[in-house]
Design a protein around this ligand. Structure first.
Ligand SMILES: O=C(O)CCC(=O)C(=O)O
Ligand SMILES: [Fe+2]
Length: 365
């Protein structure tokens, strides 16, 4: 990528500020209690409340001593560099499209503006089963398969080993999140039995106009939880809930950045919110990152959990099909649409509807 074409240029109000706020950063949480071997470590009370506070206040936190071996992460980071270092003719041999949705891609759009990046996606469950179309109530399913390159030869093994470790961490984090919401530890496990999780290798090349373009435009992650490994360059910005300022997430060696996705926002009936984030690019340095998107089975109907709703706190979302959401989002990756793609707020019950329901409940009582 050389010159900045118009497709990359953000609208004025979404352009990044080059003065970076690193003030009060997202919380840093030490997970060593989880790996101490004690059977009830996951119910460590202060850990649970720290996670709950971070989810509520920020929707984002970093973890250290998370149990994912550093050598597995480094092996994948090295393979990712070698992969993106290949000539474009090689990389496009495993190009993603509407049928082969995993593989290499360099023309992704977020909110209909092109991202300054190239990516390689792979799924954990190969094949991943999803609805055959974006039609509501689609009963047929299709299989989505991985595409592996010849070079670098160790990429596939590095991907699979890394994914296995991070998946384990995701299950532990979901247990901590369940406890922080006052739910039984294993409340969420069942949703991930036939998971649609996938991992993305991101490469953000140096960009001649970091004031006009973004590596990834502002967005919320649509799944349940994201576990992100970023290198030491920096660029991820999180929209601070308290004042809407964009805050840079400072790289911490060997830490993972965790964020709550839209599904946890719905399950928790907005006790925890999925927070907007974006990636700034750099005129001198390339940057690499690896998000792991932890997603439930395609047949999951996402709705606020009964235990977390009540007459005073009625469900704020209408139930929706995760498979339909995922397939609709993936389709929108491949073309620039004239309309906004599927967003979680489309399923939000309006404040006036909520007030009406509440009013009715009161008048009946
Ligand atoms: O590269 C990053 O730091 C974050 C990427 C991201 O937010 C995403 O791919 O959803
Ligand atoms: Fe994201």
């Amino acid at each position: 990528m050389g010159e900045v074409e118009p497709a990359f240029i953000q609208d004025l109000q979404h352009r990044p500020k080059l003065t970076i706020i690193e003030a009060e950063g997202i919380p840093l949480i030490d997970l060593s209690a989880l790996n101490s071997g004690s059977a009830d470590a996951v119910s460590d009370a202060s850990l649970v409340s720290d996670i709950g506070d971070a989810c509520k206040k920020w929707g984002f936190f970093q973890v250290i001593n998370h149990g994912v071996p550093l050598e597995k992460r480094e092996k994948l980071e090295k393979a990712a560099r070698e992969l993106f270092d290949q000539p474009l003719e090689e990389k496009v041999k495993m190009r993603r499209d509407e049928v082969r949705v995993y593989g290499y891609y360099d023309t992704e759009h977020t909110k209909n503006v092109r991202d300054w990046k190239e990516v390689f996606d792979f799924t954990l469950q190969n094949p991943t089963i999803v609805p055959a179309s974006t039609r509501p109530h689609e009963e047929h399913v299709v299989e989505w398969y991985n595409q592996w390159p010849q070079y670098p030869p160790q990429l596939r093994e590095a991907c699979e080993e890394y994914a296995e470790e991070v998946e384990r961490l995701c299950f532990k984090l979901m247990e901590l999140i369940a406890l922080s919401l006052g739910l039984p530890t294993d409340s969420f496990n069942g949703f991930f039995k036939d998971q649609t999780s996938f991992v993305r290798l991101n490469h953000y090349p140096p960009c001649p106009a970091p004031d006009l373009a973004l590596g990834v435009g502002r967005h919320k992650d649509g799944g349940a939880l994201t576990v992100l490994a970023q290198d030491d360059v920096g660029g991820l910005e999180v929209k601070r809930k308290s004042d809407g300022e964009w805050i840079r997430v400072k790289p911490t060696p060997d830490a993972f950045i965790i964020n709550v996705g839209d599904i946890i926002q719905v399950w928790s009936n907005e006790r925890y919110e999925s927070v907007e984030h974006r990636v700034m690019v750099n005129s001198k340095k390339e940057r690499f990152s690896i998000p792991f998107f932890f997603n439930p089975a395609h047949y999951t109907i996402v709705k606020p959990l009964e235990e977390l709703t009540s007459e005073d706190n009625p469900p704020k979302y209408r139930p929706y099909s995760w498979g339909n959401f995922l397939v609709t989002r993936k389709g929108s990756n491949f073309k620039k649409l004239d309309v906004e793609n599927i967003q979680i707020y489309h399923f939000r019950v309006s404040e006036s509807e909520l007030a009406n329901r509440f009013g009715k409940a009161v008048s009946v009582a």
